[in-house]
Every structure is written in structure tokens, then in C-alpha cells.
Design a protein around this ligand. Structure first.
Ligand code: ADP
Ligand code: ADP
Length: 223
């Protein structure tokens, strides 16, 4: 079994069941979008996979190995949230290179330069984070999350803080970057266009239940 396997997953907050016995697979190299309205359990599911929520039931495994007891930072998963959450006192390069501590300086710099080019920010390395626009900040956050080559990238509404036209442009860019890097990803969004553009397959959530999982083309044709 290669990639992510979620089985019978349950997440509860007190009396609220946010995720109700969900089964989900993300195979290596695949981008899977989790699509559903607000409150359908998308974030809870993603956070449970990340190790940020306690499981009330079920299991999360990578390559067939249960990761339930593996702490967040040991799972080899990258995280990208709506708010870029950059380190404000570090340069752009300092942010992108953050996860590469311990690597030789030259290799680190080469990797930072490569990632900045990939997200369309050549030459931005020395800039202060405070000088960036919202879209630039989110590109830096994407580069930072890709730097350590996570085996799975977890994205939670990464573009929803941006205005519509920027969001549409970055959706296409994100698709290209994820493909170019061969990144395996779970991508949470409430936006149909975003899900259909970015993902190889779309999993539709409703009321904590998995309603449907299929390719964008087949979901598009469904009545
Ligand atoms: P989505 O990401 O699809 O908007 P969430 O996973 O955030 O959905 O929420 C699913 C359900 O769990 C909702 O009913 C929400 O109100 C509830 N919920 C989410 N987080 C918490 C929390 N920290 N405490 C209590 N209830 C929560
Ligand atoms: P901080 O902002 O945290 O002090 P630095 O800006 O010194 O960090 O850089 C952090 C990492 O990024 C270091 O590994 C450094 O070698 C590398 N780096 C710094 N500037 C650049 C740049 N312009 N291009 C590529 N890599 C850089």
C-alpha cells in the first residue's frame, strides 16, 4: 500500500461529530481535493491526518504503517494554511530555508533559489516579509512547505484569503508547482473551480460523511 490510507476515521468535538467514519486513499504522486461546504468536516479531517486532532476512531497510515502515535513534526507531512504564517523577523530566504537547517549552506542556498524560481519569486530572497503582498506571502509559504520535500503536503484553504482574480491565477500556478515537484497532496477547499483545477481526484464531504470520490472529468459529467 503506497501513500495515505485513512480508515473509518472519526473526529469529535464534545457532542459534535465533525468526521464520521471516513475512508480515504491518496496514492503517491496524486493530488486529492477535499471539497465541501463550510462545516462539512474538511479541516477536521485534514488536521487529524496531520496529527493535530485526536482520533475518536479509525486510523491514519502512510505506506501501510500506522502514524497514529507519530508526532506532527515526525510524520514527514508539510502544512500550508490560509494564513501564510511566515516568520516575520526572517527574510524571504530565511523563511523558505527554515526546514533545511542542518544541510550544508551551499545546498541550502541552491534549494532556496530553486524554490523561489519555482513559485515565481526570483530575487526575492533578501526581502523582508513585511514588504510582500498577500499573494507573494502565500507563494513564500508554499516554497517553505515544499523545501524539506514532504512525502505528503496538506493544504487547508491555501488561497481563500486572497481576492478572486489572484486566487484564480494562483490556482493554476499551484497546479503547475504540485505537478512539477511530483508532490502528493491533500487539498482542502470549499471552491469547486479550485478543486477541479488543482486535483487529480475530488472527494466530496457533506456533514462529516464522504459523499463521492471521483476524477474532476467524471464529477463534471455527473447529473
Ligand atoms: P470545514 O473545514 O468543512 O469548514 P470543520 O472541520 O471546520 O469543517 O468543522 C466540522 C464541524 O466541527 C462543524 O460543525 C464545526 O462547527 C465543528 N468544529 C470544528 N472545530 C471545532 C472545535 N475546535 N470545537 C468545536 N467544534 C468544532
Ligand atoms: P534569516 O532571515 O533567518 O536571518 P538568512 O536571510 O540569513 O536567514 O538566510 C537563511 C537561509 O537562506 C540561509 O541558509 C542562507 O544561506 C539562505 N539565503 C539567504 N539569502 C539568500 C538568497 N538571496 N538566495 C538564496 N539563499 C539565501
Amino acid at each position: 500500500v503506497s501513500g495515505l490510507t485513512v480508515r473509518d476515521l472519526v473526529v469529535r468535538y464534545g457532542p459534535t461529530t465533525a468526521v464520521d467514519r471516513v475512508d480515504l486513499d491518496v496514492t503517491a504522486g496524486e493530488v486529492l481535493a477535499l471539497l465541501g461546504p463550510s462545516g462539512s468536516g474538511k479541516s477536521s479531517l485534514l488536521r487529524a491526518v496531520a496529527g493535530l486532532e485526536r482520533l475518536a476512531g479509525g486510523s491514519v497510515a502512510w505506506d501501510g504503517r500506522d502514524v497514529g502515535d507519530v508526532p506532527v513534526h515526525r510524520r514527514g507531512f508539510g502544512l500550508l494554511f490560509q494564513d501564510a504564517q511566515l516568520f516575520p523577523h526572517r527574510s524571504v530566504a530565511g523563511n523558505v530555508g527554515y526546514g533545511l537547517a542542518g544541510q550544508p549552506r551551499q545546498r541550502r542556498e541552491a534549494r532556496v533559489t530553486e524554490l523561489l524560481a519555482l513559485v515565481g519569486l526570483e530575487g526575492f530572497g533578501p526581502r523582508a516579509v513585511s514588504t510582500l503582498s498577500g499573494g507573494q506571502a502565500q507563494r513564500v509559504a508554499l516554497a517553505r512547505s515544499l523545501a524539506p520535500e514532504p512525502r505528503l503536503l496538506l493544504l487547508d484553504e491555501p488561497l481563500s484569503a486572497l481576492d478572486r482574480s489572484l486566487r484564480e491565477r494562483l490556482t493554476g500556478e499551484l497546479h503547475d508547482v504540485l505537478r512539477a515537484t511530483g508532490t502528493t497532496a491533500l487539498y482542502v477547499t470549499h471552491d469547486h473551480d479550485e478543486a477541479f483545477t488543482v486535483a487529480d481526484r475530488v472527494a466530496v464531504l457533506g456533514g462529516g460523511h464522504l459523499v463521492q470520490v471521483d476524477t474532476p472529468a467524471r464529477l463534471w459529467r455527473a447529473p
